[in-house]
Design a protein around this ligand. Structure first.
Ligand code: ZN
Length: 487
């Protein structure tokens, strides 16, 4: 990117800091890429990120809200309290060699990053360090709270953080996410989602000899399915309910003692998702009653629709405008075009322009566990340009650019813009006051209540078996070099 002119001394300082540490940012993002850790199993990733933050003077609390791979790193004192947060989990069967234009696993079939959450981690750490350095140099008052959020792909951690009070003292929140664009939006952007498993408990019996002695848990799953199918006729058009049967018994000659079905409930509003959950509970209990079984409901994730605050979106966009798009090389453009051709999507290369904030976003049916934060405090989700346009996340092609110079440049741009916006809030606390005022207006009196049941505990064994299976092979590909950030 060409060097911006007329920068304030603070901006010049943090942009220099980020530039100077471009190599460390790339190494950190690549390290997380090769860790390829699934949600709740991001042990190496969290260790590396927290280690760097700690070395640079952040006070790190690990294992927050019962998440072994979650953390909160704090620096500074007093208000404004500025939260920065992101996720760093990978996906199953997404192992992909970086920088090539064909599908090839680093370890064939293993978990891997095919979206770019690895780069999220690097941008988070880099912008946190840049903001901290600026606090030291310019004597700003305020606190940075840096959150590592495990298992975004399963929508898990941040609702627990919000429920448990980690955001109670936060004034504004910044969330960085990998994108194909450089920009952010405001308004309601995503949807609410509740993920719940219904475990039915019955009694086994010989299916041929004494089936009347059994209490069939699978029957309950089937009847719950029928009840939900009938209810579907009366759902609002915005509602969605889908399921997979995760345990249907072992063999037909044994009446299944245990059976489980995993449901996703979506709606454009948190209330709608809660309504689906409530109705599903009645249907599940009805199914249990009909089959002489018992049901136990496990809510794994429950997220509000994520929203963006207009004041913060405009602030971040102003910083994005200053930073500008990375200057892509011909090789990078060629890689992007070749990949777009092979993935059979529109061939347009890499984006050359940043995204303006034009109007409120259009709500999408997808969900993110950062949604709950966005109802608790003013939040902006900034997309930085570290992946190739039109390529779908979780497809092998989305893994090609994210440990490559495209992602390295995009991460530098992203860290500058996010740190720039944070510094603006520290230097001019009236921006924070304005964000809080517009946030209140945007909420229009709607009250945030966690969708997550009060006693719900994090699913700490999630993805454990899969990660244990693949990790020994994956370890061989870990990046040897350590990311070293210098002042
Ligand atoms: Zn994501």
């Amino acid at each position: 990117m060409s060097k911006p002119t007329n920068l304030t001394p603070e901006k010049e300082f943090i942009f220099d800091y980020v530039e100077k540490n471009a190599d460390a940012i790339a190494t950190l993002g690549d390290s997380i890429f090769y860790f390829g850790e699934l949600g709740m199993q991001e042990f190496e990733t969290a260790k590396l990120m927290t280690g760097i933050l700690e070395e640079h003077g952040f006070k790190v609390e690990r294992g927050i809200s019962g998440f072994p791979t979650g953390f909160c790193a704090t620096y500074g004192s007093g208000h404004p309290v500025i939260a920065m947060h992101t996720e760093y989990d990978a996906n199953p069967d997404n192992s992909q060699v970086a920088g090539i234009t064909d599908q090839k696993g680093i370890v064939e079939g293993a978990p891997g990053h095919c979206e770019g959450h690895n780069v999220n981690g690097a941008v988070l750490v880099a912008s946190a360090l840049a903001a901290k350095e600026a606090i030291d140099k310019f004597g700003f008052k305020g606190t940075l709270k840096i959150f590592g959020a495990p298992a975004e792909e399963q929508l898990v951690s941040r609702p627990f953080y919000v429920r448990d009070g980690w955001f109670d003292d936060v004034d504004v929140a910044f969330h960085d996410h990998v994108g194909q664009v450089f920009g952010c939006g405001y308004g309601i952007m995503q949807s609410a989602l509740i993920s719940a498993t219904y475990n039915f408990h019955g009694e086994s019996a010989h299916a041929g000899v004494v089936p009347w002695k059994g209490r069939d848990a699978l029957d309950a799953v089937v009847l719950m399915d029928m009840g939900m199918a009938q209810y579907r006729e009366h759902m609002m058009p915005t509602m969605r309910a889908q399921r997979v049967i995760t345990n249907g018994g072992d063999q037909p000659n044994i009446i299944p003692r245990l059976a489980s079905v995993w449901w996703y409930f979506r709606d454009s509003t948190a209330d709608g998702a809660r309504k689906l959950l409530d109705q599903a509970e009645k249907i599940a209990k009805g199914a249990a009653l009909m089959t002489n079984t018992e049901v136990e409901i496990d809510v794994m994730a429950a997220v509000w629709p994520s929203r963006g605050n207009q004041t913060l979106a405009e602030l971040v966009t102003a910083n994005i405008d200053i930073v500008g798009m990375p200057e892509w090389s011909e090789d990078e453009q060629l890689l992007a075009r070749t990949l777009q051709e092979k993935a059979k999507v529109k061939v347009q290369g890499l984006n050359r322009d940043v995204l303006p904030v034009k109007a409120a976003s259009v709500q999408k049916p997808s969900a993110s566990d950062s949604g709950d934060v966005s109802w608790k405090v003013p939040q902006v989700k900034m997309y930085y340009p570290a992946n190739i346009p039109n390529i779908n996340s979780h497809h092998w092609a989305a893994g090609v650019a994210i440990a490559h110079s495209i992602a390295h440049k995009g991460a530098v741009a992203g860290a500058k813009a996010m740190a720039g916006a944070v510094i603006d809030c520290l230097k001019n606390p009236e921006i924070v006051a304005e964000a809080k005022r517009t946030f209140k207006e945007e909420l229009g009196g709607q009250e945030y209540k966690p969708l997550l049941p009060l006693g719900q505990k994090p699913p700490v064994t999630l993805n454990q078996a899969m990660m244990e299976k693949w990790r020994p092979e994956m370890t061989k590909h870990y990046v040897k070099k350590k990311p070293v950030f210098v002042s």
